[in-house]
Design a protein around this ligand. Structure first.
Ligand code: NAD
Length: 341
């Protein structure tokens, strides 16, 4: 346990067990140098406790890096609730989770993540104020999409010499909450859309409403385009897929797009510019963090403009140092978090 914490530089790991409801939850506070730890709560079935803890540690670390580069006075954390089989007391489980969070006195603020809904956060909110993305707080996805759109402009400027998206071919993998909102903005800016989704209904909607061209799921990554925007699941960039890409840049919303750090170097070697995922997709985090602090929409929208500025800064360093933007982003985040060069 301590070896895992030390390897990821985790500050604290809290385990909660509530016999009355069956709640078994892990809350990881990765780094609180910049402020209280903020990060979503997963509610999933895990094969064992070790994999649940490892998942929470990895995700909490990612949140610290994301918050640091988003310019937020916020640390990184994450929670995992081990989903018991055959749950029929979901509300009580999340209420117990709310009490667990409250016992930490504001060191950790929770939000929705895989397997959790705003309705679950409403249950949490009955017992603690350290919760975001409740029904009343609103969906962060449109803000994530706004940030990715701005990031695509910055990426086009850096790689293609212009941020004018008119006629630019953007291939979007995944037309969910973020991907579809992004497609709408790209369409409005005159981009040509190539799209895929596991759900044919989403593709049909993009074809009808945005004039998008459908591409088979298995062909999307290797379809010729200017910018590839992964907006589905993570792990899409690996040795095999990078070798087949036919784009100038990769800039999308999906978390953990790189299967391993080496994939970033392979992109760099192929001359494909990569927008580090946690930099370009931090619009949702900015929204929930500032909303939680009581900020109004204009302030939140103003903060979103930092995303393309930060990306442009990262691209500048990457070009000067002949390194992948992913490695530059990690180094910048670590300098903010740990004060190291
Ligand atoms: P979502 O579940 O609403 O949408 C994902 C979509 O991708 C679904 O329609 C799904 O069918 C599709 N998809 C999954 N795998 C696919 C594949 N291999 N090929 C084609 N389509 C595929 O999720 P979302 O909220 O839109 O988030 C999308 C990604 O962005 C996720 O990786 C998420 O972690 C990340 N992200 C989301 C937010 C946010 O605010 N929602 C913030 C930061 C990062």
């Amino acid at each position: 346990m301590f070896a895992l914490m030390e390897a990821a530089r985790v500050e604290a790991l809290h385990c909660f067990n509530d016999s009355a409801t069956g709640l078994r939850a892990v809350i990881v506070i990765h780094n609180s140098r910049l402020g209280p730890a903020l990060g979503g709560c997963r509610y999933l079935s895990y094969p064992d406790e070790k994999s649940a803890i490892e998942d929470a540690v990895r995700l909490a670390q990612g949140m610290s890096y994301k918050a640091a580069l988003a310019g937020l006075a916020q640390g990184g954390g994450k929670a995992v609730i081990l989903r018991p089989p055959g749950v029929d007391n979901r509300a009580e489980l999340f209420e117990a989770f709310g009490r667990a969070i409250d016992s930490l006195g504001g060191q950790y603020i929770t939000a929705v993540d895989s397997g959790t809904l705003s309705a679950d956060m409403d249950c949490v909110a009955q017992y603690t104020s350290h919760v975001t993305s409740t029904t009343s707080a609103g969906d962060p996805s449109p803000h994530t999409a706004m940030g990715v759109f701005a990031g695509i402009r910055a990426t086009a400027q850096a790689r293609l010499g212009s941020d004018d998206l008119e006629g630019l071919r953007v291939a979007i993998q995944g037309l969910g909450n973020v991907g579809f909102a992004l497609a709408e903005q790209l369409h409005a800016a005159g981009a040509e859309l190539l799209v895929s989704d596991l759900d044919p209904g989403r593709v049909q909607l993009a074809v009808e409403q945005l004039g998008a061209r459908p591409v088979a799921n298995e062909a999307l990554l290797c379809t010729p385009c200017d910018i590839l925007a992964p907006c589905g699941l993570g792990g899409v960039l690996n040795s095999a897929s990078v070798a087949k890409l036919r784009c100038s840049a990769v800039a999308g919303a999906a978390n953990n797009q790189l299967l391993n750090p080496g994939a970033a170097d392979e992109l760099e070697a192929r001359g494909i510019l990569y927008a580090p995922d946690y930099v370009i997709n931090c619009g949702g985090l900015i929204y929930v963090a500032l909303k939680h602090r009581g900020e109004e929409l204009p302030a939140i929208t103003a903060h979103l403009t930092q995303i393309d500025r930060r990306l442009t800064e990262i691209y500048g360093h990457a070009q000067a140092d002949k390194r992948s933007p992913a490695r530059v982003a990690d180094a910048l985040a670590e300098r903010i978090l740990y004060g190291v060069k």
